[in-house]
Design a protein around this ligand. Structure first.
Ligand SMILES: Cc1cc2nc3c(=O)[nH]c(=O)nc-3n(C[C@H](O)[C@H](O)[C@H](O)COP(=O)(O)OP(=O)(O)OC[C@H]3O[C@@H](n4cnc5c(N)ncnc54)[C@H](O)[C@@H]3O)c2cc1C
Length: 477
């Protein structure tokens, strides 16, 4: 190992190498602060050639490599284990914009480009990059691709996978693959771009990507609406989609338990209703044309009027019990900040069992009811928080102990986890919707992933990473 460090010192730029333990600290601890690993070194390449050189050296010396972007993973994938035998390769210095085309509506960026920066660059050009979620100020496009990140706009634009036209990547032996042509059609065999998206750094390091850009919405209008139940919420979603020409940009489920935590831990946010309701949805519409249909004819309206018409009809038909529309950009931002801070707010409550699951849309309500019954029979008065991106059937499902009895979960936590995973499986859902597997869901991967799919994934891994140096111990059990 010392000969590996000597070789690194001799062959790479000194600014690309960190071996001081103090300087390494932020790269070896994960965002939730639950995992602190150790590393031989942190490498910070400035371009693809340097990444290739570093991987070729790691390959020669069989040194495990942990690729890292913004280190906002909540699944434990972005940090090394505690053996101190691996290197972190941080893409943070590879943040150049290589190309932007207004006619092709594409942008080619290096992997270390921060998501929020990419959004701003697109907007400066009058276009829109829709991937969006709470970690946008820190997470990077390479990490977004490696985890196939989702977030609040998936209902309209899809996951990161759907936003990507091509990528450049370096494999474990240092070979560089360039698929950056930005083609919208390319049927030349197996789709290696799709193979690397969601591979969590276990097959290659993504060094650059060509991403789609979209037309900037002319306006946005946002509401928090109280709904009687989840199925009615879905009826409302379809109605808003139909009336706005599929302009629903976000459709987020907010249950009572979350609003109670907001009141307790983030009182700076104003409660949308005087009495905390049982269930709400945060809806944002963002039309790119001023047209709305009232069922028979197209009418010109601004986004706020469109939303008011839809909400009024929803109230009359019993789909909505109450609603507030953001009357200013400041009020809209406040609604979103409350939503985007959900993870921090939930974390402040302490002891919980958390899941990132997805379900077919028409089975979300049945799952929630089933879990109330199953978990409720294990521990009385649990607080079940089915927060999530309802528009894509993704729940960030959290189970808290009864108020004032935080130890009540501890002895039953394994049984509760098993009950959730079994219920997810029985409703044809997935135990990882958007955060990935990392180290935190290896148990579920072993027990609930289709065994043939898992075996084929392991064979692909062995073929592409024969020395098992690419983020070992992550994603695959
Ligand atoms: C407050 C908060 C809110 C969040 N909300 C959401 C949400 O709504 N939706 C969602 O999907 N996620 C969410 N996340 C999770 C996280 O932000 C995403 O997974 C994000 O895509 C990770 O990007 P990153 O650059 O931080 O990657 P990292 O955390 O650095 O890495 C994540 C994984 O990707 C690998 N990796 C990173 N860069 C590369 C690369 N260039 N090549 C190959 N592999 C690489 C790492 O090895 C690791 O396995 C949230 C996180 C936080 C802290």
């Amino acid at each position: 190992m010392s000969s590996f460090i000597t070789k690194l010192k001799n062959e790479i730029d000194t600014s690309s190498l960190i071996i001081d333990k103090f300087e390494m600290a932020k790269y070896i601890t994960d965002w939730p602060g639950k995992i602190t690993g150790d590393a031989l070194a942190v490498l910070r390449p400035q371009n693809t050639t340097e990444v290739s050189k570093m991987l070729a050296m790691a390959y020669e010396y069989r040194i495990p490599v942990v690729p890292q972007g913004g280190n906002t993973s909540v699944a434990g994938g972005s940090v090394p284990d505690d053996t101190g035998t691996s290197v972190v390769i941080s893409l943070e210095r590879m943040n150049k914009i290589r190309d932007i085309s207004l006619s092709a509506m594409t942008i080619t960026v290096e992997a270390g480009c921060i998501l929020e920066k990419l959004q701003e660059i697109a907007e400066d050009k009058g276009l829109f990059f829709p991937l969006n979620f709470g970690a946008k100020g820190s997470c990077m496009i390479g990490g977004n691709l490696a985890t196939n990140a989702g977030g609040q706009n998936v209902v309209r634009y899809g996951n990161t996978r759907e936003l990507c036209l091509g990528l450049e990547a370096v494999f474990s032996d240092g070979r560089v693959m360039n698929l950056l042509s930005g083609l919208r059609k390319d049927n030349t065999g197996y789709d290696l771009r799709d193979l690397l998206i969601g591979s969590e750094g276990t097959l290659a390091i993504i060094t650059a990507a060509t991403m789609k850009l979209f037309h900037l919405p002319i306006e946005r209008s946002t509401t928090i609406a109280v709904i009687p139940d989840i199925d009615t919420g879905l009826e409302l979603l379809n109605r808003v989609q139909s009336a706005t020409g599929s302009a629903v940009e976000a459709f987020e489920l907010i249950p009572r338990v979350f609003l109670e935590l907001v009141k307790k831990h983030a009182p700076q946010f104003q409660m949308p209703f005087p009495k905390i309701p049982e269930l709400c949805v945060l809806i944002e519409i963002a039309p790119t044309t001023p047209q709305i249909s009232n069922g028979t004819e197209a009418m010109e309206n601004n986004a706020q009027e469109q939303l008011e018409i839809i909400l009024e009809a929803g109230v009359n038909d019993g789909l909505i019990l109450d609603a507030v529309i953001a009357s200013s950009e400041a009020q809209r931002r406040e609604m979103w900040e409350m939503r985007e801070n959900a993870l921090e707010i939930i974390t402040k409550e302490g002891n919980r069992i958390g899941f990132d699951i997805s379900l077919p849309l028409n089975k979300v309500q049945a799952f929630v009811k089933e879990m109330e019954y199953r978990a409720g029979s294990l521990v009385k008065n649990l607080r079940m928080c089915h927060m999530g991106h309802l528009g894509d059937g993704n729940l960030h499902y959290a189970i808290f102990p009864p108020e004032g009895n935080s130890d009540a979960l501890n002895s039953k936590s394994e049984e509760i986890k098993t009950a959730v995973y079994e219920a997810v499986s029985s409703f044809d859902g997935s135990f990882s919707a958007e955060h990935g597997i990392g180290t935190s869901k290896l148990f579920a991967m072993n027990n609930y992933k289709d065994p043939v799919a898992l075996d084929i994934m392991q064979q692909i891994k062995m073929k592409l990473d024969p020395k098992n140096i690419m983020n070992p111990g992550k994603l695959l059990p």
